[in-house]
Design a protein around this ligand. Structure first.
Ligand SMILES: [Zn+2]
Ligand SMILES: [Zn+2]
Length: 143
């Protein structure tokens, strides 16, 4: 089967199972995020959807609808910009991967391999509920 068709039917099914109406715009939006290895801002998603001629507010609404449906995760990584990414199957609970942000060039990386140990999770619960784990430093291009 054609890879595009496989991806599209995955997107349709995922959106449907989340209880949202399947629209061309939502399918396209979900596929943009699926094809990205890093979280994307609203502007970046819009730019990648340019060929679909969707207006910015539609893109924003669809992103937020999919966040509410827990298909996407929305993060604010210290620069007051929302970034969106797919919530993977392993992350359906509450365990999210940390992000690394370069303080020099601003590049954002997903640290899928790293998670809080049970001990760290128990320790951090003394302070509250962890929503975001953020590491800041210099990326390999900036060190
Ligand atoms: Zn950098
Ligand atoms: Zn990420």
């Amino acid at each position: 089967m054609d890879q595009d068709i496989t991806a599209r039917s995955w997107a349709r099914q995922t959106i449907q199972e989340a209880g949202l109406r399947v629209t061309t715009a939502r399918v396209a939006t979900l596929l943009v995020l699926r094809d990205s290895s890093v979280p994307l801002t609203h502007a970046e998603v819009s730019a990648r959807l340019a060929e679909h001629e969707m207006d910015q507010s539609t893109v924003f609404r669809n992103l937020n609808d999919m966040v509410s449906a827990k298909l996407l995760r929305r993060s604010e990584l210290g620069d007051h910009v929302w970034r969106f990414e797919i919530v993977t199957e392993e992350e359906q609970g509450y365990v999210f991967h940390p992000h690394f942000v370069c303080v020099d060039c601003g590049v954002v990386s997903c640290m899928q391999e790293i998670e809080l140990t049970n001990k760290s999770r128990a320790a951090s619960s003394r302070f509250g509920q962890v929503k975001e784990i953020l590491l800041r430093g210099y990326c390999n291009d900036c060190v």
